[in-house]
Design a binder for this molecule. Structure first.
Ligand code: TYC
Length: 156
């Protein structure tokens, strides 16, 4: 039969069941408190902070900035026909039909508006389309020796 004194450092509470523990419980707690505190601390360090760890370790604050990409609508460019005193009316109508896909009636209206008012907006396009159309339409005038002019400008 084991006597409490034989248990030495391995003695547990069960060994003292029914008998008086050699050290009063309050004193025993006080004795072991530093060790418990130390071992709990080591376990916490090993497991790291996390749910249930009881640590009030605050994770580094996430930046609260939300980046929203705002898509800009691509700017449109007006293509205008400018009047001059030399290009024949029929030639202007022919260019409008060929380069801007207008029917004869529409092309005639546009040509007459430019003739009377100095200029006429033909249509609006994305920048690259507008610039290409202007370049191609201006080629007709150059090729035939007329000062016919189309220009592109950004829409307000
Ligand atoms: N004004 C020109 C004429 O009388 C005709 C013309 C019209 C030329 C429109 C250019 O954009 C133009 N012959």
């Amino acid at each position: 039969m084991l006597e409490p004194r034989d248990l030495g450092a391995c003695g547990g509470a069960a060994a003292f069941r029914g008998s008086t523990p050699p050290v009063k419980s309050a004193r025993r707690r006080a004795m072991f408190l530093p060790m418990i505190a130390q071992s709990t601390l080591s376990a916490r360090i090993a497991s790291g902070p996390g749910p249930g760890s009881g640590d009030d370790v605050t994770a580094p604050a996430k930046p609260k900035t939300v980046t929203r990409t705002k898509l800009e609508r691509p700017k449109l460019y007006k293509v205008l026909l400018l009047n001059d005193d030399y290009t024949p009316r029929d030639f202007v109508v022919m260019v409008l039909e060929a380069e801007f896909g207008m029917g004869e009636d529409r092309a005639t209206q546009v040509m007459l508006t430019a003739h009377r008012k100095g200029s006429c907006v033909i249509s609006v396009y994305p920048r690259d389309v507008a610039e290409t159309k202007v370049q191609r339409a201006n080629e007709y005038g150059k090729k035939f020796g007329f000062p016919l002019q189309f220009i592109a400008e950004p829409e307000e």
